[in-house]
Design a protein around this ligand. Structure first.
Ligand SMILES: NC(=O)c1ccc[n+]([C@@H]2O[C@H](COP(=O)([O-])OP(=O)(O)OC[C@H]3O[C@@H](n4cnc5c(N)ncnc54)[C@H](O)[C@@H]3O)[C@@H](O)[C@H]2O)c1
Length: 313
């Protein structure tokens, strides 16, 4: 049996709620501690943790002899843009607390999710490479880029093993999205199933990089389990699966629900989307730790529409 004890922060969210299940399957129920600022009554291995509280983090690590951390707690792009000061506090102070505790407690590995939001108007938009200009214009992207810098700094100067991917927009049927610019690609399926129509907050031809959650969870765990000496990127790996527009998701849904319809009312998130890449080059992740997605748009649409149950809505 594993000797690892894993702490997941922000575990009640879209990624955490699925990642915790996958980690428990691999490492054992008792060896994965979920934590979040919000209570979770249904999980017996759960700790309330506001990640800006470094002392509480220290106590939880010490009490449970934590050996690895998956640090998911953050404010997402839409929510961050509405409250930049709070976003900076949670995304930066939270990460800093994790990094300091990592050094203090000799934590063997940390996962920190970055985002395609680190790219900006002067990054190449198509097949955005691993290494290129990063000039984010959203407060969320600024915080993630700073986080990547902190990860690189700790890895180089403090001998830590912090691993990271730049997730694209993530789509899942189990939990609703948490305030990001790619949320439309989750909501559209729920609305298709319930009401057969959807009003989209992005324009019809807005292409963004996206990924189905099973690919994201598998990629995350694969990266964390990869041999350290194969990993050449010290900050954050580009990760990609597919790229599509709202119009294309609509067409994909109509193959299964022919009378589904969509209309468009772009809001402030259009400007955020316009500053992001349309597709991502993940060839370095593929070369270093064999990253390969399994879901394309139609395969994901089929799975989403099969699995969404209206009680979840
Ligand atoms: N979902 C995506 O499409 C996506 C894409 C790129 C990167 N990411 C990153 O992945 C991570 C998880 O994203 P998600 O989609 O699950 O987000 P989410 O919003 O669904 O979940 C985040 C969780 O963090 C918790 N949280 C908020 N403030 C906290 C605090 N002060 N202390 C502790 N917990 C706090 C929330 O209660 C929530 O459960 C984030 O770091 C996010 O930036 C997500």
């Amino acid at each position: 049996m594993t000797s690892e004890t894993i702490l997941v922060t922000g575990a009640n969210g879209q990624i955490g709620s699925e990642l915790v299940l996958a980690l428990r399957k691999n490492y054992g129920e008792d060896n994965v501690i979920a934590s979040d600022i919000r209570e979770n009554d249904t999980d017996s291995r759960f700790e309330i943790l506001d990640i800006t509280d470094g002392n509480k983090l220290h106590e939880i690590i010490q009490k449970n002899k934590v050996t690895q951390i998956y640090h998911l707690a953050a404010l997402l792009s839409g929510t961050s843009e509405k409250n930049p000061a709070l976003a900076w506090k949670i995304n930066m102070e939270g990460l800093f607390n994790v990094l300091e505790n990592t050094v203090q407690h000799n934590i063997s590995k940390v996962f920190f999710p970055s985002s395609i939001a680190v790219f900006g108007p002067n990054s190449p938009k198509i097949n955005t490479p691993q290494f290129c200009n990063t000039d984010p214009t959203s407060i969320y992207g600024i915080s993630k880029l700073a986080g990547e810098g902190w990860a690189r700094y700790y890895n180089l100067k403090k001998n830590t093993d912090i691993r990271s991917v730049r997730y694209p927009g993530l789509i899942s049927y189990k939990t609703k999205a948490g305030g990001g610019t790619t949320d439309y690609a989750v909501d559209i399926y729920f609305e298709a199933k319930e009401n057969k129509k959807y009003t989209c907050f992005l324009e019809e031809n807005t292409y963004l990089p996206m990924m189905y959650m099973p690919d994201a969870i598998r990629g995350t765990i694969d990266l964390m389990e990869a041999s350290k000496n194969t990993l050449t990127v010290k900050d954050s790996y580009n990760l990609s699966a597919m790229s599509f527009s709202p119009k294309e998701v609509c067409a994909s849904i109509q193959k299964i629900i022919p009378d589904f319809s969509i209309d468009y009312q772009p809001d402030f998130r259009q400007a955020i989307a316009n500053s992001w890449p349309q597709s991502i080059d993940a060839s370095v992740a593929s070369a270093d730790w064999n990253w390969k997605p399994q879901f394309d748009l139609d395969k994901m649409t089929e799975d989403m529409l099969k699995n969404i149950v209206i009680e979840n809505v």
